[in-house]
Design a protein around this ligand. Structure first.
Ligand SMILES: [Zn+2]
Length: 119
């Protein structure tokens, strides 16, 4: 019985060590991922912008949701109420197209799915 317990402990400890090592690898990859995102977004001129209109309040959502813009190149995103857009403001060099809410979220999802391990 002792032998069985010992082998169980050894096996579990090995799995535990592997689990901890995977966590460390994920931490390293997360930092690398965030760094790449920051590099990508700070180096982008945001030439192609998609904009969705504000979303009116509903019974489930008691506040209006501000309009938003997203850069279709790097995924940088901004809300447009209050002082308005800062980084994604209108310029002569930018193409800004209006999109429906669902299309806006489709543009957003590929990049926002990446940092899932941020939780
Ligand atoms: Zn951009």
């Amino acid at each position: 019985m002792l032998d069985k317990n010992t082998s169980d402990i050894v096996r579990t400890n090995k799995l535990r060590d592997e689990y901890i090592n995977i966590r460390k690898e994920i931490e390293t990859l997360r930092k690398k991922q965030i760094s790449k995102l920051e590099q990508m977004q700070s180096g982008c001129g945001h030439p192609l912008i998609a904009e969705r209109d504000y979303i009116p309040q509903t019974l489930l959502n008691l506040n209006h949701i501000p309009p938003a813009r997203i850069c279709e190149v790097c995924g940088y995103e901004e809300e447009g109420w209050g002082t308005g857009y800062k980084t994604l403001k209108e310029t002569d060099a930018r193409i800004i197209r209006k999109v429906r809410e669902e299309d806006f979220y489709k543009l957003r999802s590929p990049l926002h799915k990446l940092p899932l391990i941020n939780q």
